[in-house]
Design a protein around this ligand. Structure first.
Ligand code: LRH
Ligand code: MN
Length: 424
């Protein structure tokens, strides 16, 4: 299903007066408001193909309703999200969960839906039926060269699918590691992984990037071979200029200072992109901004600072992707909220008076620095986001319209109650 222009206009007409009052109130106080709206409009967040159905944990999975059971239906769902917020203009595919049977037809559908294909994701953390070698003891790190070769070939195959679709990046997340002391030679695992990544790197097409995603633990619970930003940075630096680190917000040990990590990786020109989500404990993959919204704001403040310092285009300079899993919420509502939370943090970061903050920092005026930062964070920027959506032909209040149109019920009518999506 897709929305009609009329449905969006009728929804906006009903909310227009209230919105204009809110927007006039806030915009009057913001110098360069038009510049902020332009940046917000250009800022697109890629939606993960594996988060359009309901996910589970090892303790079970509660079925969703009307989930997309084909790759085409997944594109339609992302196209639908993009109609609601004109901010979800890309999908990130995971192979083999989303192998395109007809790449040309899929590209045509994506064009119709005004979608691009963002980074491709490989998968050497699950054994596929009929697979020659198991990844039980790892993939690119494996002690057996045949297993490493199999994993390298899979990543090169993923690049080929991406080339057919017009993607220009490969994200490699490795579950590789160990569960017990003594199980693994850390040095051999690192060197095998580096050698294997090198073969994948050499297969990258000219304009492509490879993102090395790190994660502290799970599914291995003693060591992870790409376990933190330092290890990912090491790999990306040794591989070459097309290799970057990828920061998944849920992949850090408790209380890690992610905004500092982001500042340093940007400073070193080795930050490639993000998997946005939120978490309280582990890799919880919760709605962005639902647990630690202030941390998300601080991360975007470092991003705006670091990208401006290097003259980078905010919208295209890094990979902006969500990586979430929905256990108790409607996946589409959750993704609409996550995109909104990302853009709220970005808008608030754009409101920080960087020059005044720099002066306060130079003068070690800690209180003033805090006041400048928290003043921006405590600004309700939602009317600015709504104005950007209105001008882009999207909905003033996406969640309200999603519910008003009973979108989930319509999808169930189309797809049946128990349609299931591939993914986690
Ligand atoms: C690993 C991860 C990775 C994906 C997977 C679905 O935890 O974040 O980015 O491949 O989730
Ligand atoms: Mn991730």
């Amino acid at each position: 299903m897709l929305l009609t222009k009329t449905q969006i206009e009728q929804h906006n007409d009903a909310l227009l007066t209230q919105h204009q009052r809110n927007f006039e109130f806030i915009s009057g106080n913001i110098p360069g408001i038009e510049g902020v709206i332009k940046k917000l409009t250009d800022f697109q967040v890629a939606i993960p193909s594996w988060a359009l159905g309901n996910g589970g944990t090892r303790f079970g999975r509660f079925a969703g309703r009307g989930a997309p059971s084909t790759l085409e239906q997944k594109l339609e769902d992302v196209g639908l999200l993009h109609q609601f917020n004109r901010s979800s203009g890309a999908i990130s595919l995971h192979i083999p969960w989303d192998i395109p049977k007809d790449a040309t037809a899929l590209k045509q559908l994506a064009t119709q839906l005004d979608l691009k294909f963002d980074a491709m994701n490989s998968n050497t953390f699950q054994d596929q039926p009929g697979q020659a070698h198991s990844y039980k003891y790892g993939s690119l790190q494996h002690t057996d060269k045949a297993v490493r070769k199999q994993a390298i070939e899979h990543n090169i195959e993923v690049i080929k699918y991406g080339q057919e679709l017009g993607s220009a990046a490969l994200t490699i997340w490795l579950a590789d590691g160990s569960c017990f002391p003594g199980q693994l030679s850390f040095r051999k695992a690192f060197n095998n992984t580096l050698e294997s990544l090198g073969e994948i790197y050499n297969a990258l097409p000219e304009q492509w990037k490879v993102f090395v995603e790190y994660k502290a633990f799970e599914p291995n619970f003693y060591s992870t071979t790409v376990g933190d930003w330092g290890q990912s940075f090491l790999f990306a630096s040794k591989l070459g200029e097309k290799a970057y680190t990828l920061v998944d917000l849920g992949h850090h040990l408790t209380n890690a200072n992610i905004e500092q990590i982001v500042a340093l990786l940007l400073n070193e020109k080795k930050l490639g992109g993000f998997h946005f989500n939120d978490s309280k404990y582990g890799d919880d993959d919760l709605t962005v901004g639902s647990i630690k919204p202030y941390q998300l704001f601080l991360i975007f403040k470092e991003l705006v600072d670091g990208m401006d310092a290097r003259g980078m285009n905010h919208a295209t300079g890094l990979g902006w992707m969500i990586d979430a899993s929905h256990i108790v919420k409607d996946p589409l509502e959750d993704l609409l909220q996550s995109v909104e939370a990302i853009k709220i943090a970005y808008a608030q970061a754009l409101l920080v008076d960087a020059a005044q903050l720099e002066t306060a920092q130079e003068n070690n005026d800690v209180t003033l620095a805090q006041e400048l930062l928290q003043g921006a964070y405590r600004t309700d920027v939602r009317p600015i986001l709504a104005e950007a959506r209105l001008r882009a032909g999207a909905a003033l209040d996406p969640i309200a319209l999603f519910r008003q149109l009973k979108v989930r019920d319509q999808l169930v009518n189309e797809r049946g109650e128990n349609a299931v999506a591939t993914g986690l």
